[in-house]
Design a protein around this ligand. Structure first.
Ligand SMILES: C[S@@+](CC[C@H](N)C(=O)[O-])C[C@H]1O[C@@H](n2cnc3c(N)ncnc32)[C@H](O)[C@@H]1O
Length: 263
């Protein structure tokens, strides 16, 4: 693996050993029940299924799927995320899940091991995302499914700008793909797309900003706030689609779920 990608993995571990404190807080977008239902309802889950969730974090989606399938393996690079996931699974008496530390680019599993391979909210943290997709494809069985749910840049013309603001707040952010780039990734991988749906999520700025490792950096925070407020006054677009609600600054994030069949 290149030094650049090894360095990026270290950045990921640093970022998420801090962000872990914000995972599994009831009511947040990461685990809001209606959003979880929206995602889970779009996955081809079956009681006999063996599933891998890549870059699983604390396993919010992985744990959410355990009710519907035989077994879920939750893999993540950041040990602190896995430790939290493990203790929540033990508390909730979920027994058909295991947590494994590893790199999405080098999955520690034999080819054709899983019926369904999922990945939520992580492609925008990957360097060389197609290498991760290749690995997801390799470990997925013939006639199995690969599903990716991630934030996407809603307006392709705002691709660089939108990602610039996301990266200011979280340096481990690489690129949110556009709908088209994500779709092309599936097509280029030889997957038959069986679902492709999007929706907007409302994000409260303060909560979002405080989650990242730059939370103490007021200069960066003000740079983003100024850009969003400037857009609200009719100035240059940021791609973040800001708006005010109950006196608080918000913006819209688009999420896209794509499910493809390996055939
Ligand atoms: C925003 S969190 C999403 C966690 C989880 N999928 C969810 O939806 O709640 C992104 C996760 O990707 C993990 N990650 C990033 N790059 C990775 C890699 N190359 N291999 C494995 N995990 C990775 C991080 O450690 C982090 O837990």
């Amino acid at each position: 693996m290149s030094d650049k990608r090894e360095d990026h993995n270290e950045l990921i571990a640093k970022e998420f050993s801090k962000q872990v404190n914000y995972f599994d807080q009831p009511g947040t977008n990461l685990c809001r029940e209606d959003i979880m239902d929206w995602i889970v309802d779009r996955l081809p889950l079956h009681p006999e299924m063996v599933v891998l969730d890549v870059a699983s974090g604390t396993g919010i989606l992985a744990r959410g799927m355990t009710r519907f399938v035989k077994h879920v393996t939750a893999l993540d690079y950041t040990q602190e995320m896995l430790d939290k996931g493990k203790s929540i699974a033990a508390r909730d008496q979920i027994t058909n899940i295991e947590f494994i530390q590893g790199d999405a680019e080098k999955l520690p599993f034999a080819a054709d091991s899983f019926r369904l391979v999922t990945c939520r909210y992580a492609f925008h943290h990957f360097e060389e995302y197609s290498l991760k997709m290749n690995e997801m494809m390799r470990v997925c069985q013939e006639n199995g499914w690969v599903a990716v749910c991630d934030i996407v840049t809603e307006n392709p013309e705002m691709y660089e700008k939108y990602n610039h603001f996301e990266r200011l707040r979280d340096p481990s952010h690489t690129y949110c793909l556009t709908h088209e780039k994500l779709q092309n990734l599936f097509i280029d991988s030889g997957l038959l797309i069986v679902r492709n749906e999007s929706r907007d999520l409302s994000v409260e700025f303060e909560t979002w900003y405080n989650m990242g490792s730059m939370s103490d950096n007021l200069e960066v925070k003000n740079t983003i706030i100024n850009a969003l407020e400037n857009e609200l006054k009719g100035g240059e677009k940021t791609g973040m689609r800001p708006y005010m609600k109950d006196g608080k600054l918000h913006f819209l994030q688009a999420i896209n779920i794509i499910v493809g069949k390996k055939h």
